[in-house]
Write a new protein. Structure first.
Length: 196
């Protein structure tokens, strides 16, 4: 009926993770210090704390928050190394970071990071079995019936593991499930911008 079939997977994306060599206890302390010193901005965090966005232009005190800056340095190196390994011909030019503290019954709504090229998140405190990051396809595939019986091709639910950093393209929409634990879920998020 037909022959010589040729196929390919097109427009793939990526989600990569690593374990930075940082102190969870120091990071936790520094995140709570930020919460004590800066009012919440609540961008996507419902019922929780979202710090102001700190940048390479407007940094936070690097001596007080030294472990966060160690994590930031790891994020920059990890992102740069991954992009080079996949032959993206770009240079890192600007970055941002902020703290999310999600007490019980709080969550992060569906959002993306707008113009950011690479986004990252590092989980300092979470329940490895119940905390999940949902990543949503945003190419129009949600609006048809083609993937009706293939939900894994529309949404990827990633179990969050304490002590892991995840990076992915910034255009991907995502949300974080409700925190049903009795303790805070704590994370640091990053935006990275690149230039040709």
């Amino acid at each position: 009926m037909y022959k010589n079939v040729i196929g390919d997977t097109i427009f793939t994306s990526f989600l990569v993770s690593c374990e930075p060599d940082v102190s969870l206890s120091k990071l936790k302390d520094e995140c709570y210090q930020i919460k004590d010193n800066f009012p919440t901005k609540n961008v996507s965090n419902i019922n929780g704390y979202h710090s102001p966005v700190f940048t390479d232009v407007e940094p936070c005190d690097k001596e007080i928050y030294s472990e966060i800056y160690k994590l930031e340095d790891t994020f920059l190196h990890f992102s740069n190394d991954y992009l080079k390994s996949k032959h993206y011909d770009v240079k890192l030019c600007h970055f941002q970071w902020w703290v999310n503290i999600s007490p019980p019954n709080s969550y992060n709504v569906l959002h993306n990071h707008k113009r950011a090229d690479i986004i990252g998140v590092y989980y300092i405190q979470c329940d490895d079995e119940k905390s999940q990051l949902a990543i949503i396809r945003n190419d129009g595939s949600q609006y048809g019936n083609l993937y009706y019986n293939k939900p894994n091709e529309l949404e990827l639910n990633v179990p969050l593991i304490k002590g892991r950093m995840y990076i992915m393209p910034g255009h991907l929409f995502h949300y974080v499930f409700t925190n049903f634990e009795k303790t805070d879920r704590i994370s640091i998020a990053f935006n990275l911008f690149v230039t040709p």
